[in-house]
Design a protein around this ligand. Structure first.
Ligand code: ZN
Length: 480
């Protein structure tokens, strides 16, 4: 991992910790090191840290008071949602002087307006609950990602999450109309507007979205809702190479247009891992293929148009030998089975030993070139390593993960992280791509960010940070 910032702060005194605890209430304060564990590391244990205190405020007012005191006393604060982030942005460093502010108790859905297609909620609402609340009023909240059962809206927005609905609905940023943010000095910005059009000066909400808790703490949001699709058509297709995936995507774009809501790619290595470790999963097609595409169309009317369109598309692609085989989901259960194969991808890689991960994007047309070059590089560096490039083909976003060779020592393999990442990122930059497509910068990519952004861009980012957080108390050492 990259070198991490040394924290120059002194640990808060016990008297100061008592003052913080008094704001959230002792019952909502975690002081015991053992009970803090769940907040101090993430699922893969790539990042662990220590904290002086975990506070679980129950209202925006309490968050405001916490930041006011933190700002006054120069106490560092790490905002945390569902703790599912993959770049360490939500985990404190190991100085033990930072305070974690967990938003999990702030989980009210404040208002829902099906006519206006908006939903106003607290930052701590779990994504799955937000989806369900929209569903109950006959609407769709389309943000969807593997961790939706535990990630929170505040974290989704703070990291500008992407996920599998990006192709049709955009990323988290595109689903927000308004925000409520507590600033570093404790002031509350009520930007909870539900307007579709609002050209009154700078778009401040978009500064906070994707800022990973370094500019303010998002405490509430007005989200966009969409009509609920009345029908889905979902298929798994088998392909023999990446060039065919590119041709298939082009054909699908042409044939399905706006109906296409997902186009995800999975290599055979990934399917084999899912088959080895997943419960109740089946090989999606009769014979194995080097590459798979999970494609989904959805429509607002139950007219059968999606199924018909997808069937024709698959027929044309088979005839043109672009795809080798395909299975069209014939029931909701089969659709869920197909998506389960995709959603288990991250989890099963954890069970295959060490995994070196990259969340990158390149122009869609250059994905085959990217994966081919990255695979060659990885094989040359660690013979026997198993690349598992998968993800959001339609968005140009590939999770270029590499599992360790079966018989290699995990630590020996993981020690190659920086070297492999440097090589993979070099290819990404050569193809005019991004070193972080949807996971953010956090702790993981802070050093790399300095190398890939221009001085002008870094200057603007630093000046914005200084302006909004002059004492540097908000998630210090993350992003910048
Ligand atoms: Zn993803």
């Amino acid at each position: 991992m990259t070198t991490e910032a040394k924290n120059k702060r002194t640990a808060p005194s016990s008297d100061l910790l008592d003052r913080f605890a008094a704001i959230a209430g002792e019952a909502n304060t975690v002081r015991d090191a053992g009970q803090m564990d769940a907040y101090l590391t993430e699922l893969r244990h790539l990042y662990t840290g220590r904290a002086a205190l975990v506070l679980r405020p129950g209202s925006t007012q309490e968050v405001s008071k916490i930041l006011e005191l933190a700002n006054e006393t120069g106490t560092a604060v790490v905002p945390q949602g569902g703790n599912t982030g993959l770049v360490g942005g939500q985990i404190p460093f190991d100085g033990g002087d930072e305070i974690i502010v967990s938003l999990s108790r702030m989980n009210a859905i404040r208002a829902i307006d099906p006519e206006g297609n908006t939903m106003t909620l607290d930052a701590g609402v779990i994504l799955e609950r937000a989806q369900a609340a929209a569903d109950q009023v006959g609407r769709l909240f389309p943000l969807s990602l593997a961790s939706e059962g535990s990630c929170q809206i505040g974290g989704n927005l703070a990291t500008n999450a992407g996920g599998t609905a990006m192709l049709a609905y955009g990323n988290a940023r595109d689903m927000v109309l308004g925000l409520e943010v507590v600033l570093a000095d404790g002031r509350i910005w009520n930007g909870l507007r539900a307007l579709r059009k609002d050209n009154t000066g700078y778009d401040l909400k978009n500064l906070f979205i994707g800022s990973e808790g370094t500019l303010g703490i998002i405490t509430g949001a007005v989200l966009k809702l969409f009509p609920k699709p009345a029908e889905y058509a979902t298929a798994f297709a088998g392909l023999s190479n990446l060039e065919d995936a590119a041709r298939f995507f082009g054909l699908a774009r042409q044939a399905a247009g706006g109906l296409m809501t997902a186009f995800e790619i999975i290599p055979r290595t990934g399917i084999e891992m899912v088959l080895r470790h997943g419960d109740l999963v089946r090989d999606p097609l009769e014979t194995p293929h080097d590459w798979y595409v999970l494609i989904e169309l959805s429509g607002r009317e139950a007219s059968g148009a999606c199924g018909e369109c997808l069937e024709n598309l698959l027929g044309d692609a088979l005839e043109g030998k672009i795809i080798r085989d395909a299975a069209l989901a014939s029931s909701l259960a089969q659709r869920n089975d197909f998506w389960r194969l995709r959603e288990l991808m991250s989890e099963v890689q954890r069970l295959e030993g060490g995994s070196i991960k990259h969340d990158v994007s390149v122009p869609v047309a250059r994905i085959p070139e990217f994966i081919t070059r990255a695979n060659d590089l990885v094989q040359a560096m660690v013979p026997g390593a198993r690349p598992v490039p998968f993800g959001h083909y339609g968005d140009g976003n590939i999770h270029y993960n590499v599992s360790q060779p079966a018989k290699m020592d995990k630590d020996v393999f993981m020690a190659q992280w920086d070297a492999i990442a440097a090589g993979v990122h070099e290819i990404v930059l050569d193809l005019e791509g991004s070193i972080s497509a949807e996971h953010g910068i956090g702790r993981m990519k802070r050093e790399i960010l300095k190398k890939v952004k221009s001085e002008v861009e870094l200057d603007m980012m630093r000046q914005i940070k200084d302006l909004l957080d002059p004492k540097g108390i908000l998630n210090p050492g993350k992003v910048l």
